[in-house]
Design a protein around this ligand. Structure first.
Ligand code: NAG
Ligand code: NAG
Ligand code: NAG
Ligand code: NAG
Ligand code: NAG
Length: 269
């Protein structure tokens, strides 16, 4: 059965375009239902869900946030077959389920570097997780898509030139942002997802986690949006680190000292 399925799939793919190849890849993935939402359920995805269950004792809000990001995204995809055919569903699952590994507050977390933003810790952790499985079919390009989706999670305005998979990982995380419900997701799906994974402490948890990041690794929060949690809540953290501004200003002073007579015409005034 499996073999004949594969053969027919290849025949269709070879006769058609790249979009059919993508669709074909998704068609052969096993699925299950979680919170009444159909999702892909490969061994890799099952392992990712197991992995984040480790957050439940200390940070139950984190587990809920990761599950909802995946499920909201999957619900939106199930609601639009065109959209669904465009997305690498397994990469989407991994990219959403593991997008905040760097929030892990357990002592000895494998994803808590001393000097990198949590998005980078999370992206590297997700890529390592996939690589450790030694699966065929995980090209550098697929790995890069999940890495990009995770590291760009808070930078939606930088996405326009990116591939659709990366964009949709970020879009799925954004479904968690405060605001009205998205028209891409059915109300029934919102209700069943929030019923099973309530969002009633996600912002208290986020506030605490970001403060903890500023406290435990200021070098990884400086010059990111988490900086504000350090300046607001961490005694001795110091003032806001406008690193980019400081760097340019320093260069400017050096430049004026070195080339006092160079011609520069300002067009601001
Ligand atoms: C489904 O998604 C496609 C691709 O993004 C979009 O062009 C189309 O308008 C959507 N259809 C509906 C019914 O929302
Ligand atoms: C949390 O879920 C409720 C519905 O249960 C919703 O009204 C609210 O907007 C959500 N909160 C955020 C911050 O998304
Ligand atoms: C946010 O976290 C900080 C640091 O733990 C805490 O002082 C503050 O009260 C928290 N804010 C709210 C509204 O819970
Ligand atoms: C943080 O960065 C500064 C400046 O690069 C460095 O001197 C310091 O050792 C770093 N601290 C930690 C804990 O990595
Ligand atoms: C800049 O111009 C002034 C006045 O013409 C001159 O005295 C000075 O030597 C020049 N400095 C350099 C670094 O060329």
């Amino acid at each position: 059965m499996k073999f004949s399925g594969l053969v027919s799939c290849l025949a269709v793919a070879s006769a058609a375009n790249a979009a059919s190849v993508k669709k074909c890849r998704n068609d052969h993935l096993p699925t299950t239902k979680i919170a009444n939402v159909e999702v892909v359920w490969t061994p890799l995805v099952q392992d990712a869900v197991e992995l984040i269950k480790a957050f439940i004792p200390l940070q139950p809000y984190l587990y809920g946030h990761l599950m909802r990001s995946w499920l909201f995204g999957a619900a939106a995809l199930n609601n639009n077959a065109t959209l669904k055919a465009e997305v690498d569903l397994e990469a989407h699952a991994i990219g959403t389920l593991l997008h905040d590994l760097g929030w892990d507050m357990r002592p000895n977390s494998p994803w808590h570097s001393s000097d990198q933003p949590f998005e980078v810790d999370s992206g590297l952790g997700a890529v390592d997780f996939v690589k450790e499985h030694k699966l065929s079919g995980w090209s550098d390009s697929r790995l890069e898509k999940i890495y990009d989706g995770i590291t760009l999670q808070g930078m939606g305005s930088y996405l326009p030139g990116k591939n659709f998979d990366t964009k949709f990982i970020v879009q799925s995380v954004e479904f968690e942002f405060p605001g009205p419900r998205s028209p891409l997701i059915k109300d029934a799906d919102y209700d069943s997802i929030l019923g099973e994974y309530p969002n009633d402490t996600v912002f208290r948890g986020t506030n605490e986690t970001f403060t903890w990041l500023a406290l435990t690794k200021p070098n990884g929060t400086r010059n990111t949006f988490v900086d504000f949690f350090g300046t607001s809540y961490v005694p001795g953290y110091g003032p806001q680190g406008h690193l980019g501004f400081d760097l340019i200003t320093q260069g400017l002073h050096n430049e004026v000292a070195l080339y006092p007579n160079a011609t520069f015409v300002s067009h601001l005034h």
